[in-house]
Design a protein around this ligand. Sequence first.
Ligand code: RIB
Length: 377
Amino acid sequence: MPVTIKDVARESGVNTSTVSRALNNTYGVNDETRKHVMEVATRLNYRTNQVARGLVTGRLHTIGLVVSDIRNPFFAEVARGAEDAAHRAGHDLVLCNSDLKAEKQMGYFDSLLAKRVDGIVMNSVAALSHAQQDQLWAAGVPIVLLNRSSVYRRFSSVLGDNLQGGEIAGNYLIDLGHTKVGHITGPRAHGNLADRAKGFLKAFHDRGLPEPEVIYGEHTFAGGYESANRLLGPDRKITAVFAGNDVLAFGCIRTAIEKGIRVPDDLSIIGFDNVEISQITSPPLTTIDQPKYEIGKAAIEMLLNMMAQDGIRESEHRVIGVRLIERQSCRRVSESAGSNRETAKHLTAGPRSARLSRNGSTQIAGDLECNPPADAG
Ligand code: RIB
């Protein structure tokens, strides 16, 4: 039989309400009694019934994390940053996958509220109607979004600088001499991906170059494979692809392999996210790094802040800088398109080489560059 609060009260010689106040560290219990009750509770191995306690205090020390799909390694890294920050603050995390479906997301929202979570971090509100957003707002629970802030201004948000990242990717390919370029991305309604596309197209526009073709699909490995199949037809002219995230880039590499298109000899590919496995693909993927762990950690810290200021709903918006990670999946256009195989072999199979990225930082191709968390275990 589990030890109850009544057992602790009997053993301590005080009533249950004093035990409760002692264990919850609230008013009206002197230090001596509190210490005595704590000792008895520890000796009896008493565990608080979190649910019952939550009903009384209104707090269950639980946070909901709603992502679009945890199979995207981006979210695994975000979730890790979030979980570490929540754990440090004594909160548990409940993970939900919305699959970018509004009903599924709202269903999870309702069930997280029913579980009396203290706050929710959410990705993928892209598909929600205004009425649904109003519903989230009306619930009054602290919410931090991992989506672009401009659309959902009243909710707090933290995200990587998608616009800037898209522009960096565009200028990088242009600097390598690519002018016939394609972009594969996710659904049009996905705010973060839409901003990446916008930044990317802006780079071409600003430099007076033709607008790259954009293919919308699922932002998954399978989606990247399918979109690349559409883009890389038999009379393809393009020499480079910007994939809206790394898993799309992996799907694109798969298509290239099946079609006998050599990366980067015939086709340069750049991704977005810098997930950990992007360094072990063949060739290692050039990509735009988002500080994923930091994003997850910041989202929880912002949420805890909101929770601590009960009732205050001033929104906070953080946009975190991104940077180019230059590896071996892109190459200068003059060397592309059916060029020298020997040089290609040398570059892809050769020793790890230090390269200077556009932002001036040196990256070691093939090494771990995924912002390992300073405080992760
Ligand atoms: O929704 C998935 C994508 O959006 C991720 O790959 C990541 O880039 C995020 O911002």
